[in-house]
Design a protein around this ligand. Structure first.
Ligand code: MTE
Length: 327
């Protein structure tokens, strides 16, 4: 569905009740399955088939599961993996939620990550060499989209601070900028020239060094699936989900505040900070509650998505930004 005024706007510009809900989608699937039409009517292989393919290509599979760090737990239960594998935002593969099939086209080996900018020595490292150097652990995190749906997942990976230490940034580095792959031969969404590809996100150095800032390489005790951002993505659980960039190929330490992908498109709606706050509405919808993707329950949103204890101090000297901190 397209926005009346500006067709480049993401589907987030649609109030949730107007979008096809994922439960309607899943019901449609089971109806079609019941009729024995799944292979014909839905050009979608069985879910496990898609996931197994992702794993076959992944030499890191033997690393998982990793030990859980019990310091990062949840009050509510983990969202079923099936939902996470079939309800994704990954605009490189389409501007809707059912991109899991298309995302299987992404080749995840070899996969190199450039680390550059204001560092002592720029380098390029393969994902499997990086995994050998980083201490892997599992954490249970909340995941809250700006669209107001939410999930809870077991991510595996490592704290970004370990990578920052390895990169040895200079004193000029004030921000960390992340970039996703760009390859129109596998990602049809990137042919949509009105989007400012590649997907870019950024955080401050202080945010990068916070213990919550996590580089995700696995989920549900396995390598992270392609649709969730294999082979490495970010998780910033106190911010809206669009900050958690997927399938990262470049990490740059920079002096000036970068402009991110959605910020370029609609900076007054999807800004640089994007910290979760129930009291600061999106310009066109409330953020007071979130919708649990599994149960459909509306749950009151918490400031910093419930992670205030870990992150509030990052923003005490930035209060003059007002609502900009939360959008
Ligand atoms: N990263 C890339 N490269 N491309 C994207 O379209 N979407 C973002 C974020 N990271 C996106 C991305 C948005 S809007 C959200 S809510 C989360 O990924 C969704 O992550 P999930 O599909 O694992 O739930």
């Amino acid at each position: 569905m397209k926005h009346k005024r500006n067709f480049i706007k993401p589907s987030w510009h649609m109030p949730e009740h107007l979008a096809t809900s994922e439960s309607a989608f899943l019901n449609r699937r089971s109806l079609i399955k019941g009729l024995g039409l799944s292979g014909i009517a839905l050009a979608t292989p069985p879910l496990l088939g898609g996931n197994a393919r992702a794993q076959e290509a992944d030499p890191s599979a033997s690393l998982y599961p990793v030990d859980r760090n019990e310091a990062f737990t949840l009050e509510r239960k983990i969202t079923p993996e099936k939902l996470n594998l079939t309800y994704n935002n990954f605009y490189e593969f389409g501007s809707h939620k059912q991109i899991h099939e298309a995302a299987q086209a992404l080749p995840i080996r070899p996969w190199e990550i450039a680390i550059d900018g204001e560092v002592e020595k720029p380098l390029t490292i393969g994902i499997d060499d990086l995994l050998k150097k980083m201490p892997l652990e599992e954490r249970l995190y909340r995941h809250r989209c700006v669209e107001a749906w939410s999930m809870r997942l077991p991510w595996s990976g490592f704290e970004l601070s370990h990578l920052v230490q390895m990169a040895k940034p200079t004193s000029k580095a004030k921000y960390v900028r992340f970039e996703t792959f760009q390859d129109t031969s596998v990602a049809p969404g990137q042919k949509q020239f009105w989007y400012p590809w590649p997907y870019v996100e950024a955080i401050t150095m202080e945010e990068a060094m916070n213990e919550l800032t996590f580089m995700v390489t696995g989920a549900y005790g396995k390598p992270v699936s392609k649709q969730m951002g294999a082979p490495v993505r970010l998780a910033l659980p106190w911010k809206y989900g669009f900050k958690s960039i997927k399938s990262i190929t470049r990490i740059s330490f920079v002096e000036k505040q970068p402009v991110s992908f959605w910020e370029k498109l609609a900076e007054n709606e999807y800004g640089f900070w994007a910290n979760v706050n129930p009291e600061v509405a999106h310009p066109r919808w409330s953020q007071a509650t979130e919708r649990d993707l599994e149960s459909g329950d509306r749950i009151p949103t918490e400031l910093y998505n419930g992670y205030g204890e870990q992150v509030a101090s990052l923003y005490t000297d930035k209060q003059d930004l007002g609502d900009r901190l939360y959008r």
